[in-house]
Design a protein around this ligand. Structure first.
Ligand SMILES: [Fe+2]
Ligand SMILES: [Fe+2]
Length: 450
């Protein structure tokens, strides 16, 4: 069995990495949370086949420090840097995957390094029992399937399915156990349950975020957004739980937006958290929408939460496309991009409609959220992008449209390294939306704190 060293200080991500590597690539993953521990364990054992590390660990440049170690000790172990600007092969032994939540890419790269093909994985002769590290199991309170320990080459039952396992896991860990076993046929049950548990933990973290720093709040929000996006096509159970993350996120987004007196500050936090485009533009849209709602006569608290819930889901169907093409940005421009397939373009055309159809399945969907999502590109049926915006949309839909249009102009301006000035942005918005009911809303942006 191959061995992979995972260096990661994000508790949600480390669970995801370890579990996926073990279940899909049959590699034994060892997890550490600091750069020092990573280097020490590598020095002591030296028999790892692969090192995977986040690019930033405890705010330090992990990539640089680990690479210095590899350079000065002539370490040949292949290395995958996760996070950063691009997906690239740096040299024959060093690779980069940009999105920390792009488990598929991380697995694909790891598989090629470890010499595992999909075919091999499918055909791999597995024993009756399959090993899984403690790290992903530790977060579970109930056994999703029977769990076993290996004692003198025999498998001894640790817990039956549905047993409460807090204590037994703790006890096993105390005696030095670092691996438990499940029946090989139960592997995917385990993956699904660990994912569900992660959603629960992220939701908990969001709900308990009131004492956290803005930085930490943004980190957990980012976890929620990216996790939901990455798991959109997994099981129905997981898809249902996303409504919980979204509801909890909506509140925290309001918090973060209120805590930031200026857009500049919010942007800096997003940048230092290396947030993806969908999360970043949703957060800026939330900031702008919140400002508008505060400045119109009919605005109220509930509307901010509703808009945030909507923002969580509105572009979720675009996530797989952004993961595959991390350099892409503006939604409308995606349609003309020759790098995208017809199937991808079809999703781009219909992403508003698809997301609206997703949220109506949620029991706790805020009233009218589906309609807001469907209309977020100005098309009544949620298909395509409007050139001329309809007059008879709800005021909140208009707020959302304007907030998103602002973000596009804002991002384009900062990308060109030009100064962002409301007196330049407002005329552009007026030109785009034309009619008085929209212009009235646009005028509230005059005093938007940049
Ligand atoms: Fe969109
Ligand atoms: Fe959007």
């Amino acid at each position: 069995m191959s061995k992979t060293l995972v260096i990661c200080d994000n508790e949600f991500l480390s669970t995801l990495y370890v579990m996926n590597l073990e279940v899909y690539l049959a590699t034994k993953a060892e997890l550490v949370t600091t750069i020092e521990a990573g280097i020490a364990i590598h020095k002591a054992k030296k028999n790892f086949d692969l090192i995977i590390s986040l690019d930033t660990i405890n705010k330090r440049d992990a990539f640089k420090e680990i690479n210095e170690y590899r350079g000065s000790y002539g370490v040949k172990t292949p290395f995958i840097r996760v996070g950063g600007d691009e997906d690239t092969d740096i040299d024959g032994k060093t690779f980069a995957v940009s999105s920390r939540y792009n488990i598929q890419s991380i697995l694909k790269k790891s598989a090629s390094i470890l010499g595992v093909t999909a075919k091999q994985m499918a055909e791999m002769q597995m024993g009756a029992y399959y090993p899984i590290s403690m790290a992903p199991v530790e977060g579970l309170t109930k056994a999703p399937c029977n769990l076993y320990l290996s004692v003198d080459s025999q498998y001894k039952m640790l817990a039956r399915r549905d047993d409460t396992i807090d204590e037994s896991i703790k006890n096993a860990k105390a005696t030095g156990v670092d691996t438990i076993f499940v029946r090989s046929t139960d592997r995917l049950v385990m993956v699904n349950n660990v994912s569900l548990k992660l959603i629960e933990r992220i939701t908990e973290a969001l709900k308990n975020s009131s004492g956290m720093s803005i930085d930490k709040k943004v980190e957990v929000l980012n976890d929620g957004f990216e996790f939901a996006a990455a798991n959109l096509f997994s099981t129905e159970e997981i898809r249902q739980e996303m409504a919980e993350i979204a509801t909890a996120s909506a509140k925290v987004m309001s918090d973060v937006v209120k805590d930031n007196p200026q857009l500049k500050g919010l942007l800096a936090t997003m940048l230092s958290n290396k947030s993806g485009y969908i999360f970043t533009h949703s957060m800026i849209s939330s900031y702008v929408a919140n400002h508008i709602i505060k400045n119109v006569t009919w605005g109220g608290e509930g509307q901010s939460d509703k808009i945030n819930f909507v923002l969580f889901f509105h572009d979720i169907y675009l996530s797989p496309i952004y993961l595959k093409h991390p350099q892409l940005k503006y939604e409308k421009a995606l349609l003309d991009n020759p790098a995208l397939s017809e199937k991808e373009k079809d999703i781009i055309m219909n992403h508003a409609k698809l997301a609206a159809e997703l949220v109506v399945t949620y029991k706790r969907c805020p009233m009218g959220a589906d309609v807001l999502i469907k209309h977020h590109h100005g098309m009544k049926k949620g298909s395509g992008f409007a050139n001329k915006y309809p007059e008879d949309l709800s005021p909140l839909s208009k707020v959302l449209l304007i907030a998103e249009a602002f973000v596009e102009i804002f991002v384009a301006t900062t990308d060109k390294k030009e100064k962002v000035e409301m007196k330049l942005i407002i005329p552009k918005l007026i030109e785009e939306f034309v009619s008085p009911s929209y212009i009235k809303i646009i005028q509230t942006l005059v005093n938007l704190p940049l």
